[in-house]
Structure formats: C-alpha cells, structure tokens
Design a binder for this molecule. Structure first.
Ligand code: CDP
Ligand code: CDP
Length: 234
C-alpha cells in the first residue's frame, strides 16, 4: 500500500504537463519528476555511443553502463547522465527525433520504470510522462490526462525553443509531435493511453494558471476524501 501521495500526469507532447506539474509541486512542496527527461537521457547515450541495434543483449549491455539522476533546483529540473548535466542537450531535435523509438524498447522501459518506482517509494511526488498512471503507479492517488490541439502544442513548443535561441520551423516541430504521438500510442510496450480513472484536461484554451487551478482543485477534493478515509481508519 502506497503511503506517500502520488500525482500522475500523462498525455501528449507539449500539452503543458511538466510546466504545470512543476508549479503544482512547488505549491504543494512535492518532488517533481520528469520521466520523459530520463528517456531522453538514455536516447542521448544511445546516440553518443552509436547503439543502433535493437538486439536485447546489446540494449541491456548498454543500459548497464548508464546511471541516471534528477534533481530539483527551484523550478528547474536537472537531469544527469553518468554524472554529466544533460538537461539542455536532451531537448535538442536530434534527441526528440529518436526518443520514441528508444523508449519503445522493452529493456529501456523496464530500466526506467524500475528507477521511477524506486523514487516513488518514499516521497510525495508529481510525475509526468506517458505511462505513469497506467504502468508506473497504477495506484496513484490523482491521475490527470492532458491533451491539447496539435497546432496549439506545436506553437507552444516553437515559442519555447525560440526563446532558447533555437530556430526550428513550426512544420518540423509539428511533424515531430505527430510522429511521436503515433509512435507512443501504437507501441506494444505500455502505449500512451488514458487510464480509466484519470481526469481529462484539454489545455488548448487555458493559461498555465488556469490549468494549475483545475488540477489544484481536483487535488483538494482527492486529498480531502483521503483524509476523511484515513481519519475513519484510526
Ligand atoms: O516534453 P515532451 O512532450 O517533448 O516529451 P517528454 O515528456 O520529454 O518525453 C519524450 C518521449 O519519451 C516521449 O515522446 C515518449 O516516447 C517517451 N516517454 C515514455 O515513453 N514514457 C514516459 N513515461 C515518458 C516519456
Ligand atoms: O510537458 P509537456 O511536454 O506536456 O509540455 P511542457 O514542456 O510543459 O511545455 C508546454 C509549453 O507550453 C511551455 O512553454 C509552457 O509555457 C506553455 N504553456 C503551458 O504549459 N500551459 C498552458 N496552458 C499554456 C502554455
């Protein structure tokens, strides 16, 4: 039985999952974990070490050479691959273009799911990803499924990259989002799907603050019900 409080946020790319998860985490004083960043870090390792084969033995052997870590620095999340800070490199298009292929590999999923479950054993946290409410923490206390129209998502990601000085065309971003949506929803190993008990939020026409308010309200309701149940138990 899970005693720490777990909030799982799943959904499509660039709906605002991590942005809102970070805001809520700081409001509730929960740990925020960006699971996608770990898949991106493994992908970076595969790119840098020319791991091309999908042979399970080769994949496992490569994973054995990887240590991953994530730390929070205010509202910033830092991701480390073998102790190197890779937080910004993992956002590059080269990684974005390969990550869905790498994260479809069974050994890679097993490796990261183990890591995520270990992190979630002891502390209150908010984790965002694709399979958090379905596979990683099927007993999460609050599950959110985020969606937004593809044009809105592409424009948000475009603005984000532009602000970082990266000029990637809107159409290249759109292609990448749609390709990943397809790969993530159709893969055999834990595909992206809304958990039956997840709360659906379409963020297309909402500001970050509005999305935060919706989820915070939902959290309040769940926490109250849980508090009542726990009071009755004693
Ligand atoms: O932030 P963005 O939507 O670009 O993606 P991300 O959250 O960084 O995740 C990158 C990719 O990792 C996704 O497109 C999935 O292929 C994979 N991923 C996954 O398979 N399972 C997760 N729990 C999180 C990410
Ligand atoms: O984690 P995910 O891939 O779902 O999205 P993200 O990395 O949080 O990126 C979403 C981008 O859209 C960020 O640049 C936000 O500032 C912006 N945004 C948002 O997150 N939520 C809104 N309601 C509106 C805009």
């Amino acid at each position: 039985k899970q005693h720490n409080f777990i909030i799982a946020i799943d959904g499509y790319s660039a709906c605002g999952k991590s942005t809102v998860a970070k805001l809520l985490a700081s409001k509730l004083n929960f740990l925020f974990v960006d699971s996608g960043a770990l898949y991106r870090a493994v992908t970076l390792f595969f790119i840098e070490n020319n791991v091309e084969s999908a042979d399970p033995y080769t994949i496992q052997e490569s994973l054995n050479r990887i240590t991953l870590a994530q730390t929070a620095d205010g509202l910033e999340t830092l991701t480390f691959l073998n102790e190197r800070d890779v937080s910004s490199v993992i956002r590059q298009m080269e990684v974005s273009n390969r990550v869905s292929k790498v994260s479809a590999l069974r050994e890679v999923r097993q490796f990261i799911v183990n890591k995520l479950q270990e992190i979630g054993r002891s502390q209150n946290l908010i984790m965002d990803g694709r399979d958090i409410g379905t596979v990683v923490f099927p007993n999460a206390h609050l599950k959110i499924f985020m969606d937004a129209r593809p044009e809105v998502r592409a424009r948000r990601r475009y603005a984000e990259l532009l602000a970082k000085g990266e000029h990637i065309s809107l159409s290249e971003i759109m292609d990448n989002l749609l390709l990943r949506d397809r790969q993530d929803t159709t893969r055999e190993e834990s595909p992206l799907v809304q958990a039956h008990d997840a709360y659906y939020v379409d963020t297309s026409d909402l500001t970050e603050e509005e999305v935060l308010a919706v989820i915070a309200t939902r959290y309040g309701e769940v926490a109250q019900i849980r508090g009542n149940a726990m009071n009755k138990a004693v």
